[in-house]
Design a binder for this molecule. Structure first.
Ligand code: SF4
Length: 333
């Protein structure tokens, strides 16, 4: 676990990412929007890990990409600390964004799909060094070897191709590539979901070790709460484009307040057989509604076991119900 530091590195305010739905072959008209991220605010302190959890399709990967400005947000602000000031990335021109991009990287879910199969490991890991004009030639080669060693791969593998590696090793290559330009902040987008269970812990341990050694800050995206428990300092739970609950890791696991968080937690097996036997699962009825037309009021109202009349009319606001514990639910009005 990372050492706590109170300085905020990243502050996201009212972020929205809507994708237009168009109709018409010649003249395209916008007929609606997919509201993938719908007004979320969060912060991440320097050196900490914020776990972002929710079912697939809830908008968590889009949030990660919009923070990194890989998508241009529809609305909202993304402030990143630069020389003691908070700089709004959403207002920067492409040229101004370039030096900031060096400080932020992403590790993808599927290490195989994200690595160019026709490039050697040396080419893949060294590419960002060339793109950002950091190193070339012999210097680049030395840096790549250093990076392979850092992620637990033999530098001797530098001329091999991605298909010659196992899934876990390929994810290590993805991590080495992300680290090449010395970033401070990394979005880990479901980095272990595509891996065999037996090697998931190895990658988590690697990411934790690197965080400690290099002082990294992570946004760790996952679809199940059990995975983020080990690595996160704080956890944010997302449902249908919105954050529903945010708290320190232990507080969230011991006192989950939002009915959706409670349902997610009840689905996670507990390693202790005595407690596991008593575990009561909350089964959610129905499917996640479409983000094109989310329900009126609370967007969880169509599936919530504790729904009230007010929930179908009024959208609940995020409120701090205990120090650092935020929840958006009318049960806490
Ligand atoms: Fe359930 Fe209402 Fe709370 Fe939404 S606001 S989570 S519907 S109780």
């Amino acid at each position: 676990m990372s050492e706590r530091n109170n300085e905020v590195l990243l502050n996201v305010e009212h972020l929205k990412m809507y994708f237009p739905i168009t109709k018409g072959l010649v003249i395209q008209r916008t007929v609606g929007y997919v509201k993938a991220v719908d007004d979320i605010s969060l912060f991440i302190r320097k050196g900490e890990t914020l776990g972002l959890v929710g079912e697939s399709g809830c908008g968590k990967s889009t949030t990660g990409r919009a923070i990194l400005q890989l998508y241009k947000p529809t609305a909202g602000h993304v402030y990143f600390r630069e020389d003691g000031k908070m700089v709004d990335l959403t207002t920067l021109k492409r040229r101004e964004l370039q030096p900031m991009r060096r400080r932020m990287q992403i590790i993808f879910q599927d290490p195989y799909a994200s690595l160019n199969p026709r490039m050697t490991v040396g080419g893949i890991v060294g590419e960002p060094l060339e793109v950002h004009h950091i190193a070339s030639g012999k210097e680049k080669l030395e840096r790549v070897k250093e990076l392979l060693d850092l992620v637990g791969l033999n530098p001797y593998f530098i001329n091999r191709y991605p298909h010659e590696f196992s899934g876990g090793q390929r994810q290590r290559i993805g991590v080495a590539r992300a680290l090449a330009i010395n970033p401070e902040f990394i979005v880990c987008d479901e980095p272990i979901s595509a891996l065999d269970v037996s090697i998931q812990a190895q990658i988590i341990n690697l990411l934790e070790g690197l965080q400690e050694r290099l002082g990294l800050t992570y946004l760790f995206i996952a679809h199940d709460l059990a995975v983020v428990r080990h690595i996160s300092d704080r956890v944010a739970v997302m449902y249908l484009g919105k954050l529903v609950e945010t708290a320190d890791r232990d507080e969230l696991y011991e006192h989950p307040l939002h009915p959706y968080t409670q349902a997610l937690l009840s689905a996670a097996p507990i390693p202790d057989p005595v407690i596991e036997e008593k575990r009561q699962r909350i089964i959610l009825e129905g499917d996640v509604p479409t983000p094109i037309n989310p329900p009126k009021g609370c967007n969880f109202s169509t599936r919530c076991p504790r729904v009230m009349d007010v929930c179908r009319e009024v959208e609940p606001e995020m409120k701090e119900v205990a120090p650092g514990h935020w929840v958006a639910c009318h049960l806490f009005d």
